[in-house]
Design a protein around this ligand. Structure first.
Ligand SMILES: NC(=O)c1ccc[n+]([C@@H]2O[C@H](COP(=O)([O-])OP(=O)(O)OC[C@H]3O[C@@H](n4cnc5c(N)ncnc54)[C@H](OP(=O)(O)O)[C@@H]3O)[C@@H](O)[C@H]2O)c1
Length: 203
């Protein structure tokens, strides 16, 4: 699969590395694709990776990960005039704009023609680098309005060793965003550090 990745920082870099290692082609979309950090990432990943403008990364990909700061998320999503049915994975966290219950729903309103799935926002990038906790794998919470898009994202998570947990429609994005802030709180102020993840236990 050709996966576009907008944002080449902690989340974009980590997931780009892992999807490339899993055999996918990754196309990083950046404001400045010639930036040293972006070029270093492409060089590290070899022939499976390339970088270009955000428009080029989206045009080349069937699935696009959005991994920019929360304050930039909606504007970046709106920058693409027509997403043409592509799957847009919104991994961002931040305050939703006025009138929206979640950033994920604001992204969906701004990204015309995208099938938005909220995912990869509920744990630190270090968990997506290594989701294994002994016998358990960290859960990957996801939600979105399109069932096929959710299934594709679940598959992409599973390939990285995560345990996908489909939470339902995009209206649930506010819950996923709350879980993210709970993770941040526990990692930073809760005294647990970053090597933590949430898991739904069943019996
Ligand atoms: N860090 C985590 O553990 C974690 C976990 C889950 C979710 N998240 C969420 O994921 C998102 C990214 O976090 P991160 O830690 O990966 O951030 P980061 O390391 O600061 O990277 C942010 C990336 O976004 C790009 N960017 C910033 N503003 C942009 C804009 N206006 N247009 C296009 N690209 C822009 C930056 O590129 P430039 O060089 O051009 O600035 C950089 O590549 C955030 O919303 C965060 O809340 C983070």
């Amino acid at each position: 699969m050709q996966i576009g990745i907008i944002g080449t920082g902690n989340i974009g870099g980590t997931l780009g590395r892992r999807w490339a290692a899993a055999g996918h082609a990754v196309y990083f979309g950046a404001r400045d694709p010639q930036q040293a950090e972006v070029q270093a990432l492409v060089a590290e990943l070899g022939p499976r990776a390339q970088a270009g403008s955000i428009a080029a990364a989206v045009a080349a990909s069937s699935v696009v990960l959005l991994a920019v700061p929360g304050a930039a998320t909606v504007a970046v999503a709106a920058q693409v005039p027509d997403w043409g049915g592509r799957i847009l994975i919104d991994a961002t966290n931040g305050a939703p704009p006025a009138g929206y219950a979640s950033l994920g729903q604001a992204v969906a309103a701004a990204a015309h023609g995208a099938r938005v799935v909220k995912a990869f926002n509920t744990a630190g990038y270090n968990i997506y680098a290594n989701p294994h906790f002994g016998d358990y794998a960290a859960d990957l919470f996801l939600c979105g309005d399109d069932g096929e898009a959710r299934a594709t994202v679940a598959q992409l998570a599973q390939e990285l060793g995560l345990d996908p947990l489909d939470v339902g429609d995009l209206g649930q994005a506010r819950l996923l965003e709350a879980v993210a802030f709970l993770w941040i709180r526990q990692a930073m102020q809760g005294g647990h550090g970053r090597e933590i993840a949430f898991k739904l236990l069943r019996r």
